[in-house]
Write a protein that binds this ligand. Structure first.
Ligand code: TEU
Length: 576
């Protein structure tokens, strides 16, 4: 690469992989089960409670295996269920080999895993090893004295050096260093103070983690999702950062070069030995970084996900479709020939898909949820669906701070108070965007507590469960649920929707997202109306339509090169 190009790519202006792109040997993506997979994310405490304690559990998931099967999904990622004081709903693990009794026991886990495998569903485990809980035995030892054998399992800053330079914490408004009088030192926590960061520079710690992963791989889990892993490597000199840097904390703290070394080692020790799949949360701040994580030649991870698109709609003002298209298109082109991405717009860290990216008014929520699912399942990349989004579950209304228990929401509130922000405005944004919106119990039927639990649910059930629930949607052929099933079948039966080249049409169109997917002779046209209006769209491809693959309305209206799309209409055509 020329010097200037290298400079631009290091600055993140474009991919650092141009030489590989020119290599014809890499022109087509190789086939893999995890590329073809349709992943379904289960937030275990909210999915199905079998024993009436108000928390979802493994036995509940076992009761719903038939349902999972009926969706046609092929992978399940389950959020953490390990032993934990539950300060961050299980993202604070105190024993990585034990199960929190709320979810059941190891036998239940084995039965659940076996049940999934029998149905051809692979299981992805959430590995939370950027940090542990402060109740983990390692941390208890580590903090006990400076001479303790576990001291270097975490990052410590001795108080005699003065206060450490300010570092932003994602959850703690007071920053990422916590003073601990036991050994007169500060420890690092990127998230809450009860979530101290593990020291990945310590080879002993790394081996401990690999052993934990081997334990689960031997049990038969098929993949790992590495939580918050872009933060695992640090500049351990902990320098003074420029003022205002925390606004771009991923750029400053994410993906330090050693991360690639750790991942290569992890790949050798675990992923390749056990043939398991791996995905990391977070992709750094440049395409070069993201690419390196999943370049097959580097033997690090298989799949990566970035926050560019999902972060677009953070306030009730919403987002511009042009920005959404730009984000998905930029990332697609950077990964066109090598590396693979996850496609998602919702998860347990976000408000509900239809409320943020669609339209959750009673008139449009079904069609807009169908449109969004058509989108997610027709893009190139492994499609992720968050539980409930196959029904079009919506946000809840929580206008008062007392209603919140999530550590992130409370941290943001305290930060807003400290910054003397307009609290009424802040609460509007929180109500719209808080991740508590996405954690309400699954809506199974119109019985008490939406059929989730016979006891009092740990989190309020969305009052709209009487209209939005599985049982009602099972009966309606055109429901969001049945549309989702059709769309999953369409994707799994048509390789073009997995591997086909993606080409955006009319980038600047403010309401319609149109694109083609092409694999050899097979060409599809995807048209999605992201608005509540009837909208005309012109495309030369419309003159070559062979048949309709899917449509969330009964009809469509084409004249020559022009189609009129109804509100939130989603259609996929095969082209001649
Ligand atoms: O999230 C990591 C992460 O970067 C998120 O904090 C994200 O920026 C934020 O939630 C967006 O709202 C992971 C888990 O997904 C999250 O649930 C955990 O709370 C966090 O790690 C700490 O383990």
């Amino acid at each position: 690469m020329k010097k200037f190009t290298v400079l631009l790519c290091l600055l993140g202006f474009f991919s650092c992989q141009p030489t590989k792109k020119e290599n014809p040997a890499h022109a087509e993506q190789d086939k893999q089960w995890w590329k073809e997979g349709v992943l379904y994310q289960i937030y275990p405490q909210s999915f199905k409670d079998s024993d009436g304690d108000g928390f979802g559990d493994f036995k509940g998931v076992i009761q719903k295996l038939g349902y999972l099967d009926s969706l046609g999904i092929t992978m399940v990622w389950m959020n953490p269920f390990f032993m934990s004081p539950l300060v961050d709903n299980g993202y604070d693990v105190s024993d990585y080999r034990a199960i929190h009794p709320r979810y059941g026991n190891m036998k239940d886990f084995d039965r659940m895993l076996e049940g999934m495998h029998k149905r051809g569903i692979k299981f992805v485990l959430d590995m939370v090893v950027n940090h542990s809980s402060d109740q983990h035995e390692w941390f208890k030892q580590s903090r006990s004295s400076r001479a303790n054998l576990y001291r270097n399992y975490y990052h410590w800053w001795p108080a005699e050096k003065g206060k450490p330079p300010y570092r932003h914490s994602l959850f703690d408004p007071e920053g990422a260093w916590e003073y601990d009088s036991l050994s007169n030192a500060y420890y690092l926590h990127t998230f809450a103070e009860q979530q101290p960061d593990l020291n990945w520079e310590n080879p002993k710690l790394r081996q401990e983690v690999y052993n934990i992963m081997k334990f689960w791989a031997k049990k038969g889990v098929d993949g790992f999702r590495m939580d918050a892993f872009q933060f695992a490597s640090k500049d351990t000199t902990f320098p003074e950062w420029p003022q205002g840097h925390e606004k771009e904390f991923i750029k400053w703290y994410g993906l330090r070069p050693q991360l690639h070394e750790y991942l290569k080692e992890m790949n050798q020790e675990v992923f390749s030995k056990y043939g398991v799949f791996s995905v990391a949360e977070g992709a750094g701040s440049t395409f070069g970084d993201a690419h390196d994580l999943v370049d097959p030649d580097r033997k690090e991870l298989q799949l990566v996900y970035h926050f560019d698109a999902v972060d677009l709609s953070k306030t009730p003002a919403g987002y511009q479709l042009k920005d959404l298209k730009r984000s998905f298109t930029r990332w697609d082109s950077a990964f066109a020939e090598r590396g693979w991405l996850a496609i998602f717009l919702a998860n347990h860290d976000n408000a509900r898909l239809v409320s943020r990216f669609g339209n959750d008014s009673p008139q449009f929520r079904a069609v807009s949820a169908q449109m969004l699912n058509t989108f997610l399942l027709s893009m190139r990349g492994t499609a992720y669906t968050y539980y409930g989004d196959e029904l079009g579950m919506t946000n809840i209304d929580m206008p008062r701070i007392e209603q919140y228990e999530d550590i992130e929401a409370i941290g943001k509130y305290l930060a807003a108070l400290a910054a003397k922000e307009n609290i009424a405005e802040f609460m509007k944004v929180l109500n719209y965007s808080s991740r508590e919106n996405g954690r309400t119990p699954m809506q199974w039927n119109s019985a008490k507590n939406a059929g989730f639990s016979t006891g009092a649910p740990w989190k309020m059930v969305n009052p709209n469960y009487l209209e939005i629930n599985v049982a009602a949607q099972e009966k309606a052929p055109n429901s969001v649920l049945n549309h989702f099933r059709k769309m999953v079948r369409l994707r799994t039966n048509n390789e073009v929707l997995v591997y086909g080249k993606y080409k955006l049409l009319q980038a600047e169109h403010p309401k319609i997202y149109g694109y083609t997917r092409t694999l050899k002779q097979d060409k599809r046209l995807v048209l999605l109306n992201f608005s509540a209006d009837r909208v005309n769209f012109e495309a030369a491809e419309l003159a070559t339509i062979a048949n309709v693959n899917i449509n969330n309305y009964d009809s469509y209206n084409i004249r020559g090169n022009r189609i009129e799309l109804l509100p939130y209409q989603a259609i996929i055509f095969s082209l001649k």
